[in-house]
Design a protein around this ligand. Structure first.
Ligand SMILES: Cc1ncc(COP(=O)(O)O)c(C=O)c1O
Length: 352
């Protein structure tokens, strides 16, 4: 057995996965209880009366090319949210195992753990929202099976230092799975931890097409990991997890000309982020703009309630974090199109 599987729920290693209908696209399908007729009003694309390919090998190969990995190291799913859920289900026994999180961070790690009945160990980020690797290491008892880190982190926007992440991976080898959620990696310099995957069997990365690739409505993300972990998660994922229109939309978005367009849009978002950050920092209502390597800014206001209300009067919704621990006065602002950002600046500029 691959040693990394020693951390998985033992009963799952013996699980007989659901056996979906065979996938032989060239043969007429009288084996899956589908309807023989597609409706002519259905959108173009693969006929929707048929189930999709259970795990699209074409999409898996396209995502593997995007991230520079072997297809066996990639599992496509319904957003990275599905990856979070699969990981918790694969590694945590209810009432026994634990998930370690570093708040303030993305809320789904906690929710997925609570749904599974896993305990939660909290090791807060440090005063500058950096990773306290020594504290994480010290809190990793044998019950902690998964450590969720997020870089760039939501909602703080900062990237975690690669040296701290590498040191943590070295010291947790064989002890826990370290999941680094890189949903916003395309907005940060470098390739995230992609190049470290072959070296660390316990490292799992989460990536998504929802953010820089502009496909939030399609729901497509990927778990990137040692093939033994991918194979385990593939046995747990629901059959036909990705709908045909999602597979189609993702394949189209991964074509070279579309990738070039989304890279150009990412560049514009980064430039707009810096412009917005500088302009916000000059407003009287703003106490502090945290540095961001993502497509949003965490901004501390003198009066968060007044800022939220002013934005709403201008027809703009912001995300209130001001009542969360360590985030007093803070609002998360997604970098929008330049005209929307200007409207926001005008609305907030009227506050004192
Ligand atoms: C850090 C982080 N991870 C994962 C997700 C979920 O993304 P997806 O659309 O891929 O499910 C989000 C969504 O906002 C996020 O902020």
């Amino acid at each position: 057995m691959n040693s990394v599987l020693a951390l998985a729920r033992p009963e799952l290693l013996a699980l007989e996965p659901y056996r979906h209908a065979a996938w032989l696209p060239s043969v007429t399908r009288l084996h899956a209880n589908e309807n023989p007729w597609a409706d002519p009003d259905d959108p173009t694309g693969p006929p929707l009366n048929r189930y999709p390919e259970p795990l699209s090998e074409e999409l898996r190969a396209a995502l593997a090319r995007l991230y520079g990995l072997a297809p066996a190291a990639v599992l496509p799913g319904r957003g990275s949210d599905e990856g979070i859920d699969l990981l918790v289900r694969a590694f945590c026994r209810a009432g026994q195992d634990r998930v370690l999180i570093c708040p303030p961070t993305f809320g789904m790690y906690r929710v997925a753990a609570e749904i599974q009945g896993a305990g939660i160990v909290e090791v807060p980020l440090d005063a500058g929202f950096g990773l306290d690797a020594a504290a994480v290491r010290a809190a990793c008892s044998p019950a902690v099976k998964l450590v969720f880190l997020c870089s760039p982190n939501n909602p703080t926007g900062n990237s975690l230092a690669t040296s701290a992440l590498a040191g943590l991976l070295d010291s947790l080898a064989g002890r826990a799975i370290v999941v680094v959620d890189e949903a916003y990696a395309e907005f940060a310099p470098g390739r995230g931890l992609l190049d470290r995957l072959p070296r660390y069997p316990e490292l799992v990365l989460l990536r998504t097409l929802s953010k820089a690739h502009g496909l939030a409505g399609a729901r497509c993300g990927a778990v990137l990991a040692d093939p033994a972990i991918i194979e385990l998660l593939a046995r747990l994922i629901h059959p036909y997890a990705l709908p045909s229109p999602t597979i189609d939309a993702a394949l189209a978005a991964l074509a070279p000309e579309r990738l070039a367009r989304s890279a150009a849009r990412t560049g514009r978002i980064i430039a707009e982020r810096e412009r917005l950050a500088a302009a916000l920092a000059g407003l009287g209502a703003v106490q502090r703009v945290w540095p961001s390597a993502a497509n949003f800014l965490l901004v501390e206001f003198r009066e968060a309630g007044a800022a939220l209300a002013a934005a709403l009067r201008a027809g703009l919704l912001l995300r209130d974090f001001s009542r969360e621990p360590r985030l007093a006065g803070c609002i998360r602002i997604t970098v929008g199109a330049p005209a929307d950002n200007d409207r926001l600046l005008a609305a907030l500029g009227e506050l004192r």
